[in-house]
Design a binder for this molecule. Structure first.
Ligand SMILES: N[C@@H](CC(=O)c1ccccc1NC=O)C(=O)O
Ligand SMILES: [Zn+2]
Ligand SMILES: [Zn+2]
Length: 207
């Protein structure tokens, strides 16, 4: 049996966050010395830090929250496609890629090279890709990028189009060492009742 490979960003106090967003912090708020028995930690973070999923509520006040998302989307067969440093990702870029029967598509771009700093520009997902992928049966799109829209976008067109076509979003993957091919994926969100997004521990294993 092939081993599981971690494709998540490690969460520590140095992780790059969206400009102006809450810094990640972990601290022991009640130490073993203080409590007499245990270390108890406390985490402060944005729901969009590191490897995470977006719930539609992130960009739509009437959209689903994390707890309402179907867990089956985030576990199962996936296809990794390596498109090195594209300027954008559209139907043309994926035209040579077999996608029939692919439910979960992970795109490796290598475009966020230094993950210790937030990128200045990223390849964008062309909104037309949403209907193309939906017709192929894709329900989850994952990327090694912090967003599926340009970083300065206020409209978040790709987020909206993907959601309108039933495609869920997984961002901030680490795919540097993952070759194109088929994998089993697990990237479950936490059962956050009110949330617009959730960190995930994402892992793949070759099938
Ligand atoms: N859409 C991005 C996040 C995002 O837009 C964002 C995250 C944190 C703080 C501000 C953000 N956007 C707009 O200013 C994402 O899905 O992760
Ligand atoms: Zn996000
Ligand atoms: Zn997003």
């Amino acid at each position: 049996m092939n081993p599981w490979i971690d494709i998540s960003q490690p969460l520590d106090n140095r992780i790059a966050v969206w400009p102006g967003d809450t810094p990640f912090r972990y601290k022991v708020s009640w130490s073993k010395e203080e409590s007499g028995s245990v270390n108890v930690g406390e985490i402060t973070m944005s729901t969009h830090t590191g490897t995470h999923i977006d719930a539609p509520f992130h960009f739509d006040n009437d959209g689903k929250k994390v707890i309402e998302l179907d867990v089956n989307l985030y576990i199962g067969l996936s296809r990794v496609v390596h498109l090195p440093k594209p300027s954008s990702i559209g139907i043309k870029e994926l035209s040579g890629v077999e996608l029939d029967g692919v439910t979960r598509l992970l795109i490796r771009t290598d475009a966020w090279a230094d993950r210790s700093v937030f990128p200045a520009v990223i390849p964008e997902i062309e909104p037309e890709l949403a209907s193309y992928l939906a017709k192929k049966g894709v329900r989850l799109l994952g990327l090694d990028l912090p967003s599926v829209d340009p970083l300065d976008s206020k409209e978040l067109t790709a987020h909206h189009e993907l959601t309108r076509h039933g495609i869920h979003i997984l961002e901030g993957l680490v795919l540097d060492h993952i070759d194109s091919g088929d994998y089993e994926l697990a990237a479950l969100p936490l059962s956050l009742v009110e949330a617009d997004g959730s960190p995930v521990r994402a892992v793949v294993r070759r099938v």
